[in-house]
Design a protein. Structure first.
Length: 389
């Protein structure tokens, strides 16, 4: 059993008791995570879809720029527990459709033959574009998919793209971490997340987001304390860069564009005081919906928080750091904010479900979520694959 540390959390759980931290802040330890079972895989996949659908709200919240307004609307609906996440009003967006494409490719192809696995991913991404009606698919994703040729041996490779910095790669990669969840499989996790990412987002800011989403999900399964995840990511970036060099494709362009992702993450981790990977995070005293919107915007590439490869997993991470085992708090921070809230929600929901299952989540939120049975089937198969091969 591990312990999860979190700060300034509203005391909702009976398992909460105060502790003293080195920074003289009030810190609470929440006994939270049970050993991993197939149920955690199921809730990870299903709550990723829920996080997506909640953040998307038929397109009207993904593009709403005010967290306080969204929370007010939510209040008018009767609060989170009253929200029945189901069709027609709460469809999943392109995020879940493409996340399922990743998962179903991982189920179909043997992990041992990487070129075949990559072509299978390419095939599923291409096919996913037939299911985008009303789901606001990203332009870079659809343009990337149009270039994929799954029937040709190198058909998963697309040119470097100076504009491929969006979060389209990050939002669909979490299940790669469910598949390669063991610490000793991290090289596979890097290779598969990077290649899956650069099939549409061939730019480090884009595909390193894919690495971050996959890695954080694997860390959740490993029961690694959340405050260590950011430093873990930083420690693996040189290995990801080595992978790019080893593949020998578009190496110079990738190296030239490399620093942005690393610098943004370094700055963020320093701000939270967790770049050492051992300290507890610190948050501003005033950090409500308005302040979070403002802060998330400072992380962004061009003002739309969570829309890029570096900041979608970053905002999800910020929410996970502060929410502990509170589903409602997680939703407020990662799904109901003024940025690209479905992309941050899909990542946060997956990691949270991997850690806490359905703890405190009202059935309304997930019982009838679109594609629930596909999400659960993928979860079960990924669990089996990752625990047998
Ligand atoms: C959401 O979108 C679906 C499909 O486009 C539509 O049928 C439904 O009425 C929409 N709901 C709301 C609340 O806009
Ligand atoms: C690729 O191959 C499959 C099966 O061999 C075939 O059904 C499909 O039409 C081919 N696609 C293209 C784009 O050639
Ligand atoms: C996973 O493995 C279990 C136990 O062997 C089996 O009962 C189940 O059908 C498998 N699930 C899938 C989706 O393959």
């Amino acid at each position: 059993m591990r312990f999860q540390w979190l700060l300034f959390k509203r005391l909702t759980s009976t398992t909460v008791f105060p502790k003293f931290s080195a920074r003289s802040l009030c810190v609470f330890a929440v006994q939270a995570m049970d050993p991993v079972t197939v149920d955690h895989y199921r809730s990870a996949m299903v709550l990723s879809g829920v996080g997506d659908a909640l953040g998307y709200y038929n397109g009207s919240w993904e593009f709403c720029h005010s967290g306080p307004e969204i929370l007010e609307e939510l209040q008018e609906m009767g609060g989170l527990d009253k929200v029945k996440v189901e069709l027609p009003d709460w469809m999943v967006s392109d995020d879940t459709v493409m996340h399922l494409a990743t998962a179903e490719a991982l189920m179909e192809a043997s992990a041992k033959d990487r070129p075949i696995l990559f072509l299978t991913l390419a095939k599923h991404y291409k096919e996913s574009m037939n299911d985008m009606h009303g789901r606001a698919e990203g332009l870079t994703s659809s343009e990337g998919c149009a270039k994929l040729k799954p029937n040709q041996s190198d058909g998963y490779i697309i040119p470097f793209n100076t504009r491929g910095v969006g979060c389209g790669a990050a939002m669909r990669a979490m299940c790669i971490g469910l598949r390669y969840q063991r610490p000793e499989e991290v090289d596979s996790l890097i290779a598969v997340s990077v290649e899956s990412g650069r099939m549409t987002h061939h730019h480090p800011t884009g595909y390193l987001g894919s690495l971050a989403s996959a890695l954080f999900t694997a860390y959740a399964i490993q029961r690694k304390p959340v405050r260590e995840w950011g430093a873990g990511l930083m420690s693996l970036l040189p290995r990801a860069q080595q992978y790019i060099k080893d593949t020998g494709r578009h190496v110079q362009e990738n190296l030239d564009a490399w620093p942005y992702f690393t610098e943004k993450w370094q700055a963020y981790l320093e701000q939270r005081g967790i770049s050492d990977g051992t300290s507890d995070p610190t948050f501003p005293q005033e950090y409500g919906p308005k302040e979070r919107d403002d802060f998330y915007r400072t992380l962004s590439f061009s003002g739309w928080a969570g829309a890029s490869g570096h900041d979608a997993p970053m905002i999800a991470y910020d929410a996970l750091l502060a929410s502990g085992d509170s589903w409602e708090e997680l939703c407020k921070r990662s799904m109901f904010h003024g940025g690209d809230s479905d992309s941050t929600g899909v990542i946060a929901g997956c990691c949270w479900g991997a850690m806490y299952g359905y703890k405190g989540v009202h059935e309304n939120n997930y019982k009838n979520v679109e594609y629930r049975s596909r999400l659960e089937k993928a979860a079960e198969e990924l669990y089996n694959l990752s625990h047998t091969t």
